[in-house]
Design a protein around this ligand. Structure first.
Ligand SMILES: Cc1ncc(COP(=O)(O)O)c(C=O)c1O
Length: 399
């Protein structure tokens, strides 16, 4: 049978395979060899969705047949109202449920499509390095050019806006920030940082995207804001939220975008040509998540904090360079001196093949991610103990 030789688009062709697809392939090979894999690569929550949310879904699907029909693409009013009320309770910000909130099939979908809705071929977008890969890859798929803002340890993994050349700032159309941050686990709790970001974007007429997928994974008395807590944010910013990590609903595919109607509308219009929105029964379960007790969220954050302490203490004892964090579900681990030269990709591959511990190579999140691996805190205590023992042996052996 003849196979047509048709190449995919240049934009798609220019991207390497998605970081996790590559690691997943390696993991499958390890499973095939019956290796006991401890999977700390993907930020895929191991804890189940709270029971009251699952119960709401089951009851709705079973007893409310109208929810089997096409949903309202931008989100049903009940969903948008619940989001507006939650944003009000959580951050003290006011959003109009009618025009300033829309549902998403997860924030990954929303951010990727926002890039396509706004960016023309050759437009500039300011993205952090390292970053959640979708932030730069979605821009590349839209044909845009990315300008990297390095997130360096000595700057608490915050971008330095003063280092962006004026010529680039003038050309840039969008900027994406993400705090609490994936992969560095940094939390931006200083209002001065957000005020400066807003001032900068206003000055250069840049659409500022705040990816707030980890807003609730905050430890103890620490805090993490919504961008809309700061004056003038609604003039320039959109914020993206997710149920995936907050309520362990990663597989449910639901999130939301919020901000001023004029800034949000292009995303709604773009999506109207692509999808029909989040299934109604999922939206109603998401409402149960937002309106129900938030105790489960607090308990879950405490579990991640305990895991983080265990992993960071364990790694530092065996020669790695790791800081404690204020939030997220990640440890951003600087490689020990004897592994640094080898590079994060090779270290991650060997660690998986030789010990069965899967982590994400820092280089997969951008050039500035080299020298680190990201460890997701997505397994229970006993497995952490095993993982640390294996990493210790691996580290002592060196290359
Ligand atoms: C920074 C960041 N934004 C967005 C997402 C995607 O979340 P969702 O499951 O809502 O698509 C992730 C997932 O890991 C993430 O790390």
């Amino acid at each position: 049978m003849a196979i047509l030789k048709i190449k995919p688009s240049n934009n798609l062709d220019s991207l390497p395979p998605y970081l996790f697809a590559k690691i997943n392939k390696l993991k499958l090979e390890c499973y095939a060899q019956k290796l006991d894999v401890i999977d700390l690569a993907m930020g895929n929550p191991d804890m189940p969705t709270p029971t009251h949310i699952v119960d709401c879904l089951c009851d709705t699907v079973k007893h409310h047949k109208s929810t089997h029909r096409y949903p309202q693409a931008k989100g049903m009013p009940k969903f948008r109202r619940a989001v507006a009320e939650w944003m009000g309770r959580r951050f003290g910000v006011e959003l109009d449920y009618n025009s300033e909130i829309m549902s998403l099939i997860g924030s990954k979908e929303g951010i990727a499509h926002l890039c396509m809705a706004y960016l023309n071929v050759g437009d500039y977008i300011l993205v952090c390095d390292p970053a959640y890969p979708v932030h730069f890859n979605a821009a590349v798929l839209a044909g845009a050019k990315t300008y990297s803002m390095p997130l360096l340890e000595e700057n608490d993994f915050l971008p330095d806006f003063t280092k962006i050349p004026e010529s680039i700032a003038k050309k840039a159309k969008m900027m994406i920030l993400n705090y609490p941050n994936n992969p560095t686990a940094a939390v931006a709790d200083d209002p001065a940082f957000w005020k400066e970001a807003i001032r900068f974007c206003k000055k250069y007429k840049i659409l500022l995207i705040s990816d707030n997928a980890y807003s609730e994974l905050i430890f103890g008395e620490n805090s993490s804001p919504s961008i809309f807590e700061f004056p003038g944010a609604k003039d320039v910013a959109l914020e993206f939220h997710s149920f995936s990590k907050t309520f362990n609903m990663a597989g449910w595919r639901v999130g939301w975008a919020c901000g001023a109607k004029q800034l949000l509308y292009p995303l709604e219009k773009f999506k109207s040509f692509l999808d029909y929105g989040v299934p109604t029964f999922i939206q109603l379960a998401a409402v149960a998540a937002l309106n129900g007790s938030q105790q489960c969220v607090k308990e879950q954050a405490a579990i991640y904090e305990r895991r983080m302490n265990k992993m960071v203490d364990g790694l530092n004892k065996i020669g790695w360079h790791v800081q404690k964090t204020k939030g997220t579900m990640y440890v951003w681990a600087g490689l020990p001196d004897n592994l640094k030269k080898e590079g994060s990709l090779s270290v991650a591959e060997r660690l998986l093949k030789e010990t069965g511990v899967a982590v994400s190579p820092g280089a997969g999140f951008g050039k500035c991610g080299e020298g680190y691996v990201r460890i997701s805190l997505v397994t229970h205590d006993k497995r952490f103990h095993d993982a640390l023992l294996r990493i210790k042996k691996f580290t002592l052996n060196g290359k």
